[in-house]
Design a protein around this ligand. Structure first.
Ligand SMILES: C[S@@+](CC[C@H](N)C(=O)[O-])C[C@H]1O[C@@H](n2cnc3c(N)ncnc32)[C@H](O)[C@@H]1O
Length: 400
């Protein structure tokens, strides 16, 4: 079976999706069934953890093979209890929360194959959850090889030197998953992104912020998160508060250095914004991998996961596919037009680093299509059918 051009981004379910026909390209597309996808009534929680798991898995396997890396550290600053009840309808099924997702990757995937050191640091301020976390880790991984530090309290305090003596050895991946906006001040995100080879994955409660931005007690925390009152005022005064807060948070994270930022929206069943996941890194490979991971989990255009979209239906509509296609085409052609003749390698690099949605894989496919339709000419400098990165591209038709 040939695959639909967007298929690889639709195969959220690769175990038992049934086969349908893509309305645009008439090739087979897997349609996801909610029941198969996530047994839980809250698919977005699983989407969030799936992004974490897929990215951490790639991060761990790439970095644990690097000779310059001695140890890898995962920090869970808002750990919760380690196990989530997956379904209110079926209380017997439980699933891993973020600390266990990370530990599972380290224990099962990595530790046996390398002699590197793996660390997990978890922070949970609620006594009850902290105790459950200790038990759940112990029950599921009785003799872990990973060094585990569990702290009852705030990560920020520890990092500021008030509470403990924790050394953060890079590479570090930190998950900041609060249930409000308290606890993720800009001083913390800045500190983390100033550490070399340190990446952050932040859950910003955008739906919540949009509604409560003008409440004074809430604003205090927001000012800390966004670093200044002016940014909060701009969000409050905007007629699209969600867009404004995305803009402000991107600006903030990028101001910490040479940082790539990718965000992903999580929506409710009715299509309302629930929260945004922001990933920030100084590593371009990490940025590319996270874009791919988000595409794989997305139900809408690579940057949204909507609970309603995980029902039986084609994940991308014909209009969405067309829109995506023309967006990608414009991004590729704009770059070629800017320089007249460009190296394929620099086009890929540009798309990887600058495009908000697309990756090298998308650009590669679009280049082939533009060549077939004689919109661009590709000088391969060889007989190869494939497009080598050393090839150059120019426009054939000027009006493009
Ligand atoms: C959304 S839950 C985290 C879920 C977790 N990432 C998972 O996947 O299982 C947020 C947790 O952070 C805890 N929490 C909230 N504020 C905190 C803070 N400032 N420091 C440490 N823990 C905090 C809450 O008690 C709650 O258990």
């Amino acid at each position: 079976m040939r695959t639909c051009r967007w298929w690889r981004y639709n195969n959220l379910l690769d175990r038992s999706g049934s086969l349908s026909i893509c309305s645009l390209c008439k090739l087979g597309v897997k349609v996801a069934h909610q029941q198969d996808l996530f047994a839980s009534p809250k698919p977005h929680t699983h989407a969030k953890l799936r992004i974490l798991r897929d990215y951490l898995s790639a991060w761990t396997s790439i970095l644990s093979n690097q000779s310059w890396v001695d140890e890898l550290t995962y920090v869970d600053a808002f750990a919760f209890k380690g196990i989530l009840k997956a379904g209110l309808r079926d209380d017997s099924t439980s699933e891993y929360g973020s600390p266990l997702v990370a530990l599972d990757i380290f224990e099962r995937q990595a530790i046996k194959r390398t002699n590197k050191t793996f660390n997990i640091l978890c922070f949970e301020e609620k006594e009850k959850y902290y105790r459950e976390l200790v038990n759940n880790l112990d029950l599921n991984f009785p003799k872990p090889k990973t060094n585990i530090v569990l702290e009852k309290g705030e990560f920020f305090n520890y990092l500021s030197g008030n509470g403990g003596n924790i050394e953060l050895n890079s590479p570090i991946f930190t998950f900041l998953d609060p249930n409000g906006v308290r606890g993720i001040p800009a001083s913390l995100t800045r500190k983390l992104l100033n550490i070399p080879n340190s990446e952050i994955f932040v859950n910003l409660m955008s739906g919540f912020i949009r509604r409560f931005v003008s409440v004074p007690s809430f604003q205090r925390h927001l000012v800390n998160t966004f670093d200044n009152q002016e940014a909060v005022n701009r969000i409050m005064g905007s007629n699209n508060r969600v867009e404004a807060l995305i803009r402000e948070y991107m600006k903030l994270l990028k101001s910490f250095g040479n940082i790539y930022v990718k965000y992903f929206e999580i929506q409710t069943r009715k299509g309302n914004t629930l929260f945004h996941l922001f990933f920030a890194t100084s590593n371009v490979t990490g940025f590319k991998i996270m874009k791919d991971v988000m595409w794989n989990i997305s139900t809408e255009e690579g940057y949204i996961f909507c609970d309603a979209s995980s029902h039986n239906r084609l994940l991308l509509s014909k209009d969405q596919l067309l829109l995506l296609d023309s967006r990608l085409k414009n991004e590729v052609l704009d770059y070629v037009r800017r320089f007249n003749v460009v190296k394929v390698s620099s086009l890929y690099k540009h798309i990887n680093q600058e495009s908000e949605y697309f990756t090298e894989n998308h650009a590669r496919r679009m280049l082939k299509e533009l060549e077939e339709t004689r919109i661009v000419y590709i000088d391969r400098q060889s007989e190869s059918k494939k497009i080598p990165s050393s090839a150059s591209v120019r426009l054939v038709v000027n009006e493009y």
